[in-house]
Design a protein around this ligand. Structure first.
Ligand code: AHM
Ligand code: MG
Length: 353
């Protein structure tokens, strides 16, 4: 006879997960260490000013990254001039990024002139803090993507003051061939700096546990041909015939290219560098010079691409051969895998004869 409640003893399933052991590399190649080593190798007798400058840029980028990561929480989104719950004025993320870049660069004692996308005029560093470098930058590019959490980035190029003595008008309008170092920071699923100082391209990922950028992508190269084209197709009707023909050709045949367009130049260029392919921002009927700015968008990206074995052209000549006449001058741009860029240039040439 069965009395009482029968209980069925189910075994309690217990298990333990062994988390991947966090290993700490006691000899990791941080960006600062890498720059120091590069300077020793390639700039014997250098003053260390570039190292100092790059280290200030790194500080600005770390702070921008931190701000980007908690923008929603700390109410950085929205319009500049908004007032937060404490009644303090809230700075829009791109204004904050600009302030960070300017303040860090100014206090590096290595720069004399700053050209920012956010400032109509160039910023002259106080005489007592001046160094020999001219820095152009877009502190937070991809503004339309900020509020929806899509990847954004910072872009920069470093030039030298072209002469001794006091700054003179036109010092900031140099050819891209004068660039000393350039790169970008991508605030994506991780924060990454991609940098070149004229000896190839290297990528460093921010390790938040130590607050350092660590070399993760050494000697980056852009493959000679990719399988992705990247352009804002919404403007197709307004492109020149050559661009229409080229983009159409990428969609035809049994093996069409994939289309990808994020709308943040840093993210689109970074993907092009990593996977190959082509990124284009051509002229349109309304904007015969395209949209992207020569000094702090086109040139730094062109420098990285050329250093990685790729190409960057305005449709006629290499972007790095341009000499802008105005600070915020724009240029059409076609950049990426060598063969892909050569293809579009061939179509453009065919249409111009
Ligand atoms: P921004 O400097 O106002 O952010 O504009 C630059 C951005 C680039 O990141 C991107 O490549 C391009 O604008 C996208 O423009 P569009 O929306 O016209 O395709
Ligand atoms: Mg921009």
């Amino acid at each position: 006879e069965v009395t009482g409640v029968q209980t069925c003893a189910l075994p309690i399933l217990g298990y333990s997960i062994t988390m991947a052991q966090e290993t700490i590399d006691t000899n990791c190649m941080t960006l600062t260490r890498f720059i120091l080593a590069e300077q020793k190798k390639h700039a014997k007798g250098g003053t260390g000013d570039l190292t100092q400058l790059l280290s200030s840029l790194q500080s600005a980028i770390k702070a921008v990254s931190a701000a980007v990561r908690r923008a929603g929480i700390s109410q950085l989104f929205g319009v500049a001039g908004d007032v937060n719950v404490q009644g303090e004025e809230v700075k829009k993320l791109d204004v904050l990024a600009n302030d960070l870049f300017i303040n860090m660069l100014r206090s590096s004692y290595a720069s004399c002139l700053l050209i920012s996308e956010e400032n109509e005029n160039e910023i002259e560093v106080e005489t007592e803090r001046q160094g020999k470098y001219i820095v152009t930058f877009d502190p937070l590019d991809g503004s339309s993507n900020i509020d929806c959490l899509v990847s954004i980035g910072s872009i920069f190029a470093i030039f030298k003051k072209p002469h001794e003595g006091q700054l003179a008008p036109g010092d900031s309008l140099q050819s891209g061939r004068q660039i000393v170092a350039a790169g970008y920071a991508l605030y994506g699923s991780a924060t990454m700096i991609v940098l070149s100082a004229g000896h190839g391209v290297n990528g460093f990922m921010l390790d938040p546990s130590i607050g350092e950028f660590v070399l993760t992508d050494p000697e980056m190269t852009c493959k000679p041909r990719g399988k992705i084209y990247s352009i804002n197709e919404g403007y197709e009707e307004h492109w020149e015939e050559a661009v229409k023909e080229y983009v159409k050709s990428k969609k035809q045949g049994s093996n069409p290219y994939g289309g990808r367009y994020i709308g943040s130049m840093v993210a689109d260029v970074h993907r092009t560098l990593k996977y190959g392919g082509i990124f284009m921002y051509p002229a349109t009927a309304a904007n015969p010079s395209g949209k992207l700015r020569v000094l702090y968008e086109c040139m730094p990206m062109a420098y990285i691409m050329e250093q990685a074995g790729g190409l960057a052209s305005d449709g006629q000549k290499p972007i790095l051969d341009l000499v802008p006449k105005k600070l915020h001058e724009r240029s059409p741009i076609f950049l990426g895998s060598r063969e892909d860029v050569e293809d579009v240039l061939a179509v453009i040439k065919k249409h111009r004869v």
